[in-house]
Design a binder for this molecule. Structure first.
Ligand SMILES: NC(=O)c1ccc[n+]([C@@H]2O[C@H](COP(=O)([O-])OP(=O)(O)OC[C@H]3O[C@@H](n4cnc5c(N)ncnc54)[C@H](O)[C@@H]3O)[C@@H](O)[C@H]2O)c1
Ligand SMILES: [Zn+2]
Length: 388
């Protein structure tokens, strides 16, 4: 499937918020523009960008009142850097972690917003990983029929994926992300320095999503990831900035061309049909999202090889890189039947047909529209699920 032309890295020297970078005391961040029906927004990537948030917001005229929503853990670690960008004394704090990504937690955010007297001119700043970004984004999409949102992603997963693209939402016990909305942020600030405090397992979970970008759109990114794992695990700012920028650029190009997922955007779901099913059957407790996606990619590759669309050597290259990233939680004990049943709730089912993304090499994909339960079952067996 052809992707739109990939853009080159653009330092933030023109347009929106330019004046913040007129002093040469810090390097200009990489700026990626994302087109959305509601208006384009910038993603600013680079060490030190978080410290510029108060100034960015003062100059952006997004709204006079700004309230941060975060989790206690993230706020304790990085709240100080954001506090000066808010006008409210206290942030709204809710628990993160996949099992709290539900309508109950969104209800807590609504209540706190109402109690704080938040109105339509209030800007909500979501500070945290993908769970906070998705659930706070959903609260922002629905509170007073929608208020402005700024995303400050603090996990690798959120910086490379969830904070960009405007999909927000929460899980339902029957399926992942089944309740949601499209609500693009007005600004995304991805500062790789905040990733220094990220636990190794969370960091790896984000790297699997970078593997995904390599497989669907960029062999150079795939190779670079493979060759720079040590520096990345050392949280080297330059290495991280590069990986985050390349990933965001791929996502920005795709969602700018297809915001509402009528076609092209589906490639971003590579590995997610099985990945989401694994998360649902384990009640969102066993896998980090990225880990489930890692298994999902292996299953998609096995299925692609079985169907003759994926070259076995591409499957082997991905499997080697996934293995190099570290161990994944066990899956042998899960039930093939339950996993396949869970894929039936996948949002990629259009008119009863599952649109399954398969790789045709590293950096390219195709969509299979006739994937059967039998195909899925054999793929699951191939990746090590043993229980019928
Ligand atoms: N909307 C989208 O397009 C999209 C895309 C990809 C993923 N997602 C969603 O993102 C979610 C997963 O996000 P995640 O992996 O970021 O998980 P998460 O939000 O649960 O964060 C993982 C853990 O890291 C901690 N944490 C966050 N930032 C930290 C930091 N800087 N230092 C130390 N600890 C920190 C959090 O407290 C949490 O315990 C899933 O629900 C997934 O569906 C959404
Ligand atoms: Zn994902």
């Amino acid at each position: 499937m052809p992707l739109p032309m990939m853009r080159k890295s653009v330092p933030a020297t023109t347009g929106f918020m330019q004046s913040c970078y007129s002093t040469p005391s810090y390097m200009a961040p990489t700026r990626i523009e994302v087109a959305a029906a509601s208006g384009a927004y910038p993603v600013l990537i680079g060490p030190g960008t978080l410290a510029t948030l108060p100034r960015l917001l003062d100059q952006s005229l997004l709204g006079p009142r700004r309230i941060a929503v975060s989790s206690p853990v993230v706020w304790e670690l990085h709240g100080n850097a954001v506090r000066r960008a808010t006008t409210e004394r206290e942030p709204i704090l809710v628990p993160d972690g996949e099992r709290f990504k539900n309508t109950m937690t969104v209800g807590r955010v609504y209540e706190a917003l109402i109690r704080a007297g938040a109105d339509r001119s209030t800007v909500i700043i979501a500070v945290g990983g993908g769970v906070i970004g998705d659930l706070v984004g959903f609260a922002a999409a629905t509170y007073l029929r929608g208020v402005r949102l700024v995303q400050v992603p603090t996990t690798l997963m959120a910086q490379v994926d969830s904070a960009v693209g405007g999909k927000v939402g929460v899980n339902h016990p029957l399926g992942k992300n089944l309740i949601g909305a499209f609500h693009p942020p007005r600004l995304v600030i991805a500062d790789p320095a905040v990733l220094e405090t990220l636990p190794r397992r969370e960091f790896r979970a984000g790297l699997y999503e970078v593997v995904k970008y390599g497989v669907i759109a960029s062999e150079p990114l795939f190779d670079r990831l493979d060759s720079s794992l040590t520096t990345l695990f050392d949280r080297d700012h330059d290495a991280l900035s590069h990986v985050v920028s390349e990933s965001c650029r791929i996502k920005a190009d795709i969602v700018s061309a297809d915001e509402r997922e009528s076609g092209l955007r589906r490639v971003l779901n590579f590995g997610h049909t099985v990945g989401h099913a694994l998360e649902a059957v384990t009640r969102y407790r066993r896998f980090r999202h990225g880990e489930a996606v890692a298994y999902g990619m292996l299953a998609a590759l096995a299925l692609g090889v079985a169907r003759g669309v994926t070259p076995p050597e591409s499957r082997d290259r991905v499997a080697r890189l996934v293995a190099k990233l570290g161990p994944l939680p066990p899956i042998a004990d899960l039930s093939i039947k339950e996993i396949v049943a869970a894929t039936a709730h996948d949002k990629k089912i259009v008119d009863g047909t599952l649109h399954f993304v398969a790789a045709t090499g590293i950096g390219q994909t195709t969509t299979l529209k006739d994937v059967t339960a039998k195909d899925l079952k054999s793929a699951l067996k191939t990746i090590g699920v043993t229980r019928p």
